[in-house]
Design a protein. Structure first.
Length: 568
C-alpha cells in the first residue's frame, strides 16, 4: 500500500522520510505537553530535526507551497505594507504578493483559520497561504518593515517640505528655518545619521544628481544606495550639516572640513565632515568614528597563526619602528590600536598622536592634532618626548618632519608604531627614503613593515559552491594544478546580508621582516624589486597569496581576490 502523506500524521511523515525514529516521535509526544508546543516544534526543540526537514514534511502533509530564502529577497514593499507591522509581527505573517482580488501570505501556521479570516477582512482580498520557517519569517519581518518605516519617515519629511523657486546663486534655505527642530531637512538628516549608525556605516555620502539627491552608506567597504530625496532638499541638507559642523554656510565655492559630536540612542559617535563643491552642487562625506569602547583584538582581525606570532614578536620589542601601510579604509589604525592594547600594562607609558583620534583607549594618553591652532604632528611629537614615553603611536607619517622624529624616537630606545600610504610592504621602505630619510637611518630603525587590506567575508547564511570562469581564474592568478581541488564559494545574497552576498570583513596581510639581508639592501640603496625578492626568500607572503589563502578556506570569494589584490 502506497504512503499518502496527506492522510498521515506529521510524526509518521517524518519517520517515513527518515528524518526521525519512531522512538524520537514517542519521546516528543510525551514532552510536547510540557513544552506547550506542537509535535513538529517539539522535535525541533529537541534538535531531532532541522527546520528544513520540518518544512518539507509539512509541505507534503498540507500540500502547500513553502517560502524559501530566495523567494523573499526582493519583495514589493507596497504589498508587504498591506498588512500593518503590529498585526504582522504579532500574528507571524508576511505578505508575499498580491493583485486586486487576492493576496499570498507566508505564515508559520497556514491552517490558522481565524488569522486567515482576519487578513481577509484587513486587506479586502481572498487569502492564499504559504508555509515559511520561523527564523526566515523573523528576518523578513525585521528587514522589510524597517525599510518601510525608513521610507515613510523620508516621505514624511519630504511631504512637509515647501519647495520655493530660487535663482542659481541663492539655493540655501534660510538659517531660521534650518534651526527649527521640526524642519523637514532636520528630520531627514537625523534619520540619515541614525540609520547609518544602526547599519554599521563607516561613511555617509550625500551627493547631488541632476534630478535628485543620492544618499549612500559605506558598509563593509562597499557603498550602497539607501535613499533619494528630491534635489530641492539638497541645499537644505548641506546647510544643516554646515550648521552642525560650525562651518560657513555662505561659502559654496571652496571645500570645507569640520566635525560633529553626536550622542544618539544607539551610541556616541564623532563625525568628520568633508564638503566639496561639484558641478551639480556641494557633496558631503561624513566619516563616523565610534566613541565607544575599542572592541578589537589581534585575534579578531584575521591574522593566521604564523603571522600572528610574527607580529606579536615584533610588537613586544623594546625599540624600533613598526609600520602598517595601505590605502584609506584598509584597517591600519585598527590593527595598531589592537597592537598597543595587547602590549598595554601598568609599567608601560603609551602615548598616541593622531588626526583624528579614531578609538578611545582607557589608560593610554591620546593626543589629537589641531593644525588650525598650531598643534601639528611635529609640535605634538616634540612635546611627547618630554612625557617620558615607552611606546609612541604616530597616526600617520605624512612628511619629512614626522618621519624624522619617528626615526629619532626609535633610535633613542622607544618603540614606534605608525602608518604610511603605500601599495605594499617593499614600496613602503622606498617611500620612506623618497620622503627624505637617509637609507642608513631607515635600515637601522625599521623592525617590521606590514601592508594590509580588508576583504569582505562571504555571508554564512547564503554561502554556496561556485564555479569560476576561466577569465576569473586568470585574473586571480590561479592557473597552477595545485588549485584544481579548491572548492570555490560565493554568497548568493539573502536577507541577512542585504542581498550583497557578504557580511563583515577580515584582514589580509603582507609582512616584511627587516632581516640582516634586507637591512643590507636598504643600506645599499636597493630598489623595491630587490627588497621584495629578498623578503620572499625570507618567507614573506604577498597580499595576493594571503587573499588566495582566505579564498581557499572559504572565507572570501574569488571576486574579492581579483578586486583587492595584484598578481605579482
Amino acid at each position: 500500500m502506497s504512503f499518502n502523506a496527506q492522510f498521515a500524521r506529521l510524526g509518521e511523515i517524518l519517520v517515513h522520510n527518515g528524518f526521525v525514529t519512531e522512538d524520537q516521535v514517542k519521546e516528543a509526544l510525551i514532552k510536547q505537553n510540557n513544552f506547550g508546543l506542537k509535535i513538529g516544534e517539539t522535535l525541533l526543540k529537541l534538535n531531532y530535526i532541522t527546520e528544513n526537514q520540518l518544512l518539507k514534511s509539512l509541505q507534503e502533509q498540507l500540500d502547500i507551497d513553502v517560502i524559501y530564502e530566495r523567494d523573499i529577497i526582493e519583495l514589493d514593499e507596497s504589498v508587504i505594507a498591506l498588512i500593518p507591522e503590529p498585526f504582522a509581527v504579532e500574528n507571524r505573517c508576511l505578505a508575499i504578493r498580491a493583485d486586486e482580488d487576492s493576496i499570498l501570505v507566508a505564515m508559520t501556521d497556514p491552517e490558522n483559520i481565524l488569522l486567515i479570516d482576519n487578513i481577509k477582512k484587513l486587506t479586502q482580498r481572498n487569502v492564499q497561504t504559504a508555509l515559511i520557517g520561523n527564523e526566515l519569517l523573523t528576518d523578513g519581518l525585521e528587514r522589510y518593515y524597517k525599510s518601510i518605516r525608513t521610507t515613510s519617515q523620508v516621505q514624511d519629511a519630504v511631504g512637509n517640505f515647501e519647495f520655493v523657486a530660487v535663482d542659481e546663486d541663492e539655493q540655501e534655505i534660510s538659517i531660521g528655518t534650518a534651526k527649527e527642530a521640526d524642519a523637514p531637512v532636520v528630520k531627514l538628516i537625523n534619520l540619515i545619521i541614525t540609520e547609518a549608525i544602526k547599519a554599521g556605516t563607516t561613511d555617509i555620502h550625500i551627493e547631488p544628481l541632476s534630478k535628485n539627491t543620492r544618499v549612500r552608506f559605506r558598509v563593509d567597504g562597499a557603498l550602497r544606495e539607501v535613499m533619494n530625496p528630491p534635489i530641492q532638499m539638497h541645499a537644505g541638507l548641506i546647510s544643516i550639516v554646515k550648521v552642525m559642523s560650525k562651518l560657513n554656510i555662505a561659502e559654496r565655492r571652496l571645500p570645507q572640513d569640520g566635525h560633529i559630536s553626536l550622542k544618539t540612542s544607539v551610541k556616541a559617535v564623532d563625525v568628520r565632515v568633508s564638503i566639496t563643491p561639484t558641478v551639480l552642487g556641494e557633496k558631503v562625506v561624513m566619516r563616523l568614528l565610534d566613541k565607544g569602547d575599542f572592541g578589537f583584538t589581534l585575534h579578531t582581525l584575521g591574522f593566521e597563526e604564523d603571522k600572528l606570532s610574527i607580529f606579536k614578536k615584533w610588537i613586544h620589542r623594546p625599540y624600533g619602528i613598526i609600520i602598517v601601510s595601505g590605502p584609506t579604509g584598509s584597517g591600519k589604525s585598527t590593527t595598531l590600536h589592537a597592537a598597543i592594547k595587547t602590549i598595554q600594562d601598568i609599567e608601560t607609558n603609551i602615548i598616541t598622536v593622531e588626526d583624528p583620534v579614531e578609538y578611545r583607549l582607557e589608560g593610554i594618553t591620546q593626543i589629537e592634532v589641531h593644525e588650525k591652532i598650531g598643534l601639528t604632528f611635529g609640535s605634538a611629537l616634540r612635546s611627547v618626548l618630554r612625557q617620558d614615553p615607552d611606546v609612541v603611536l604616530i597616526g600617520e607619517i605624512r612628511d619629512l618632519e614626522t618621519a624624522d622624529i619617528a626615526i629619532k624616537f626609535s633610535l633613542t630606545g622607544h618603540l614606534v608604531f605608525s602608518t604610511l600610504h603605500a601599495n605594499d610592504a617593499p614600496s613602503t621602505i622606498t617611500r620612506l627614503i623618497d620622503i627624505g630619510i637617509p637609507p642608513y637611518l631607515v635600515g637601522s630603525s625599521l623592525n617590521l613593515v606590514m601592508a594590509q587590506r580588508l576583504v569582505r567575508k562571504i555571508c554564512k547564511h547564503c554561502k554556496q559552491d561556485y564555479t569560476p570562469t576561466q577569465e576569473e581564474l586568470e585574473a586571480a592568478g590561479i592557473t597552477d594544478d595545485k588549485y584544481k581541488d579548491v572548492k570555490y564559494k560565493i554568497g548568493t545574497g539573502c536577507v541577512h546580508c542585504d542581498n550583497t552576498g557578504y557580511s563583515g570583513r577580515t584582514g589580509i596581510f603582507e609582512m616584511l621582516q627587516v632581516t640582516s639581508k634586507v637591512r643590507k639592501l636598504i643600506f645599499d640603496g636597493a630598489n623595491q624589486d630587490l627588497i621584495r625578492e629578498q623578503a620572499l626568500e625570507d618567507g614573506m607572503q604577498t597580499l595576493h597569496d594571503s587573499a588566495v589563502e582566505k579564498m581557499i578556506e572559504g572565507v572570501t570569494s574569488i571576486k574579492e581576490v581579483i578586486k583587492l589584490t595584484v598578481i605579482d
